[in-house]
Write a protein that binds this ligand. Structure first.
Ligand code: GLY
Length: 347
């Protein structure tokens, strides 16, 4: 077992285990009630709900399932779940447990943070992306037809319980998706090396990522400053993801985005060829296809639609060195000149 404390305004622990055997004893440390609503999706339910139910004998469990996929993170499901909790006579003393990936985690967190102005919330992430990123740090959200994550709250869980064996059931594309976020942490902190990435999603690697995220969240829980570094690769990554019609995974697009960011950083900080090669070889440790199937002009158009675009430019997280990433504003002129025309990106 591994434990990391997240030093947010409400401190809590991320427990990393290789099964669900200690879930009950960990929940007992943070929750003294009887009722738990387990919010899950159709895929995760068939894989893990029975096991979780068997481990939580003694609690009154209520399973609430939404269809698998990003489309479920909507206002309709949010209201449906709130209504279900009300029908079940959940009170402020009861608990919501999220069992699933980032979609279920964000949706359940938003439910937990708003039902009766906030009830106890526990996260059991079952995808690599959720383990290393979305389950930690208290961001909750639903999507609107106008865009992703447009409604949400900051609401820290009372416990994050990671069962690494849940990851064994994931298809390769889901693991790759998580690895894209993991490589982000390798640039944010020197703690993760290319050989860690080569070894794949081990318990140690997950612990390192969670530790880095916990540290950033502790410094800037409400995303007013340094937490922005967690968006490394995301601005360009979102543009690629959106242009692909969401056929390319989020993590893969983040990794492709980091490839472009290395070039922008080389230009901005006048980095040596040796430094750039060092960064590219760290990014290459995942053996991902880092090519970008869209022109510079296509990406440029999307960048100006991104919510991070301000009147005089766009904030990007740039890499001055491995372990030293910074938010820098690139001027509108610079971006228009860089992301322009029918040329492809060189990788
Ligand atoms: N996933 C970025 C953050 O939690 O701030």
């Amino acid at each position: 077992m591994k434990r990391i404390t997240v030093p947010a305004s409400k401190e809590y622990e991320v427990v990393i285990e290789s099964d669900f055997n200690n879930l009950k004893s960990e929940i007992e440390k943070v929750y003294s009630g009887e009722k738990i609503a387990v919010i899950t999706d159709s895929n995760t339910s068939s894989l893990f709900y029975k096991t979780v139910e068997n481990r939580l004998i003694g609690y009154r469990l209520y399973e609430i399932t939404v269809p698998y996929g990003e489309k479920s993170k909507n206002a309709e499901n949010y209201i449906k779940i709130l209504s279900r909790l009300a029908e079940l006579e959940f009170t402020r003393k009861d608990c919501v447990l999220s069992l699933g990936g980032g979609v279920v985690g964000d949706l359940s967190g938003f439910v937990a943070s708003t039902y009766m102005r906030g009830i106890t919330y526990i996260q059991c992430p079952t995808t690599l992306l959720a383990c290393v990123d979305s389950s930690v740090g208290g961001k909750t959200a639903i999507d609107l037809p106008q865009g992703k994550n447009l409604v949400g709250t900051f609401y820290q869980p009372s416990l994050v319980y990671i069962n690494t064996s849940a990851l064994d059931s994931l298809p390769k594309c889901e693991i790759d998706c998580g690895m894209g976020e993991i490589v982000k942490y390798a640039f944010i902190s020197k703690e993760i090396t290319a050989s860690d990435i080569n070894c794949g999603a081990s318990e140690d690697l997950i612990k390192k990522c969670v530790g880095i995220k916990a540290d950033v969240v502790g410094k800037d829980e409400f995303d007013k400053g340094v937490r922005a570094i967690l968006n490394l690769g995301h601005t360009i990554g979102h543009a690629i993801e959106n242009l692909s019609g969401y056929t390319l995974s989020h993590g893969l697009c983040v990794a492709k985005g980091i490839g472009v960011i290395i070039d922008l950083s080389a230009d901005f900080y006048h980095l040596s060829e040796e430094k750039v090669n060092e960064m590219k070889s760290l990014l290459g440790a995942m053996n991902f296809d880092l090519s970008i199937p869209f022109t510079k002009g296509e990406i440029g158009k999307k960048l100006f639609l991104d919510k991070k675009a301000e009147r005089d430019g766009i904030n990007f997280v740039l890499i001055k060195d491995i372990g030293d990433v910074r938010v820098e504003k690139l001027s509108e002129d610079y971006i228009r000149n860089t992301f322009y025309g029918d040329d492809a990106f060189s990788v």
